[in-house]
Design a protein around this ligand. Structure first.
Ligand code: IPE
Ligand code: MG
Length: 221
């Protein structure tokens, strides 16, 4: 999710008002994905690099993510959505936010319709580092270090690699997102700023995805 700050600036609003306006985009996209039968939707809510932003903005984002979760988890639960999180649960994340995250995971853990994965305090490199730490803790010898051994130690080994990565806001970069998992994902970029994003943008990206030919390093079939 990107472009909240620029969206706000364009309307003469504070950056934080752009984040707040992003909630409708998130909810509409999640329900759009659910309606379409998407199995997993992962959204990048806060990166391990976002901590360098002004303290007021970081504080707003922590409180906002917590209140969004509190306000939406019951509705998502009733609609069969399983909420999970990818990212570091370290000392930087306020304790009440962590307990809220655990509550949402616990509440929705039996749901089967869609996995809604929030990448929160997430970094792709950090995820790989954490997986390597686990390899070492597990006493895996060098000869047994394989792609599978690493993949099994990512934050959610049960979640398949994404077919499609969609970035809004006109930026053409990955910004440390799911580095391991996107090795063969199709990338789609859209100029729309996140608060204006709606399910139709997701549908257009899926149509674009359907026109791509995936070869995974092989030849055309
Ligand atoms: C995305 O919007 C939200 C987060 C990264 C938390 P930005 O805050 O990055 O908005 P821009 O890129 O400054 O417009
Ligand atoms: Mg940005």
């Amino acid at each position: 999710m990107d472009g909240n700050g620029r969206w706000a600036q364009r309307q003469g609003l504070k950056r934080t008002e752009g984040h707040a306006a992003g909630e409708e985009a998130l909810v509409d996209t999640a329900y759009g994905a659910l309606a379409l039968g998407v199995e997993v939707l992962t959204c990048y809510a806060f990166s391990t690099e976002n901590w360098v932003r002004p303290v007021d903005e970081v504080r707003f984002l922590m409180n906002f993510n917590e209140s969004l979760l509190k306000r939406r988890m019951h509705e998502l639960n009733e609609d069969g959505v399983r909420i999970v999180f990818s990212g570091r649960r370290d000392w930087r994340v306020p304790r009440r936010v962590l307990s809220n995250m655990r509550e949402a995971e616990e509440l929705t853990r039996r749901n089967k319709k869609m996995i809604f994965n929030m990448a929160f305090n997430y970094g792709g490199r950090a995820e790989i580092v954490d997986a390597v730490k686990r390899l070492i803790e597990d006493g895996v010898p060098a000869s047994k270090v394989t792609e599978k051994a690493i993949a099994q130690r990512l934050y959610h080994p049960e979640i398949p690699d994404p077919d499609l990565v969609l970035r809004p806001s006109g930026e053409h970069r990955i910004s440390n997102y799911l580095l391991w998992e996107i090795a063969y994902s199709e990338l789609v970029f859209d100029d729309v700023l996140w608060p204006d994003f709606r399910r139709e943008h997701l549908y257009a990206a899926i149509e674009e995805y359907q026109r791509r030919e995936r070869r995974f390093g092989g030849l055309e079939s």
